[in-house]
Design a protein around this ligand. Structure first.
Ligand SMILES: [Zn+2]
Length: 230
């Protein structure tokens, strides 16, 4: 953690406060969308793209979005597990999630993602992507919630707020979108575009392992804050 001041200690304090609230009240009133207290929460971390679908490509480094999504997902997984969450990944490596025999690979991939989410018995879904735009000056992390599930706008905004606090170019407001994975699940879900691979400066950050880890700590902080705002 070089430039971000969120420390593990801070996260521990938040968790400790949440645990006290849960034990005193009996029912975790701090959590609106998750109605009953649990010993362990499960989060699905969904690294977008994979296999022959590399997603966006960095203009300077040539790095693919699918690779970076996986790196961010693995780092976020480690942090979540470190603090007691159970994590289910939709994609664990660079292989695509589609069936090799499927005629419509995109559809097959999405069905597999939904199958994994459905079996995970999870409490929330966080989908990870990198952005790209024709105007190379565009940059900044943006969080989306499902337009079909406006009730989860607050989850997305909690994470957006955390990013706004620590990332100078982050967009201010979480936005609705029709991304398939978050629209098709009824769990609290969000999709985060971690930054723009079409912006040379941001691309250099996104491929940097220290930046990836710092970014994932901020994501985790935002996820935790969702537990504490209600
Ligand atoms: Zn993507």
């Amino acid at each position: 953690m070089k430039f971000i001041t969120i420390k593990k200690h801070t996260v521990c304090v938040i968790l400790a406060v949440l645990a006290i609230i849960c034990s005193i009240v009996g029912v975790c009133c701090a959590v609106k969308a998750i109605s009953s207290p649990k010993a362990q929460y499960t989060i699905v971390i969904d690294a977008g793209h994979g296999g022959r679908d590399g997603g966006a490509v960095g203009r300077v480094t040539g790095e693919t979005e699918s690779y970076l999504n996986l790196q961010f997902a693995l780092k976020l997984k480690s942090i979540c597990e470190e603090y007691g969450f159970k994590v289910v990944l939709t994609r664990k490596d660079m292989n695509g999630l589609y069936s090799a025999f499927a005629s419509n690979k995109k559809r097959s991939e999405m069905e597999k993602r939904m199958e994994i989410i459905g079996k995970a018995n999870a409490d929330m879904v966080v989908s990870i992507h990198m952005n790209s735009f024709s105007n190379s000056s565009a940059r900044g992390a943006q969080v989306f919630y499902a337009q079909e599930h406006a009730e989860f706008e607050n989850f997305a905004q909690c994470v957006q707020d955390a990013l706004n606090e620590k990332m100078p170019y982050a967009k201010k407001l979480a936005k609705p979108s029709d991304f398939y994975v978050i629209n098709k699940t009824t769990l609290p879900s969000l999709l985060v575009e971690c930054g723009f691979l079409s912006n040379a400066e941001e691309e250099k950050l996104l491929v940097n392992e220290n930046y990836q880890e710092d970014f994932c700590y901020v994501l985790f902080y935002g996820i935790l804050s969702y537990f504490s705002v209600k």
